[in-house]
Design a protein around this ligand. Structure first.
Ligand code: HEC
Length: 136
């Protein structure tokens, strides 16, 4: 009897583990497939940012696209993998805030505006922001 209970618990733990694993993978696969990822890459956001959770690595870009628009202190661009689940986030994870933030219309909690103004169309911006919101 005791052995049976042990086996039951082990099976349950095993099932739970795999379920969690699959759910996490689904979330990642989901973010990896959305069209916003393409906008992110097309506009070379990865000249500065990595998004490791969906396999986006940094690219070296030497033209002015990657250049910072403001002088001042150097801030290391963060990896955006868990953008919308960070506890100490400086930004609001809402469509409205992100939409303005990437156009440099609003500043983050520390009073800093984004380095780079997004130059895409409104539709591209919407697609991009929708994707950013899935990064958790
Ligand atoms: C020239 C480098 C550079 C480029 C290109 C760039 N960023 Fe950033 N980004 C930064 C830096 C530096 C920060 C952190 C400080 C700040 O807010 O400016 C940042 C912060 C962010 C944040 C907030 C992250 C956080 O956790 O607070 C988001 C979201 C973001 N960038 C999105 C984008 C998107 C989308 C693009 C492409 C359209 C992009 N970035 C292109 C440099 C860059």
């Amino acid at each position: 009897m005791k052995v049976a209970v042990k086996v039951l618990w082990i099976s349950l733990a095993w099932l739970l583990g795999w379920t969690l694993f699959y759910l996490l993978n689904l979330q990642t696969a989901y973010s990896a497939d959305l069209p916003g990822k393409k906008v992110f890459l097309d506009y070379k956001c990865n000249a500065c940012h990595t998004v490791k959770s969906v396999g986006i690595v940094k690219v070296e870009i030497k033209d002015e696209e990657a250049e910072e628009e403001e002088g001042g202190e150097k801030v290391e661009p963060p990896d955006l993998s868990n953008l919308c689940s960070k506890k100490d986030s400086k930004i609001e994870c809402t469509a409205d805030f992100l939409d303005k933030f990437i156009r440099k219309q609003v500043a983050d909690d520390k009073g800093g505006k984004h380095k780079k103004r997004f130059k895409g169309t409104p539709e591209e911006r919407k697609t991009l922001v929708e994707w950013l919101l899935t990064l958790k």
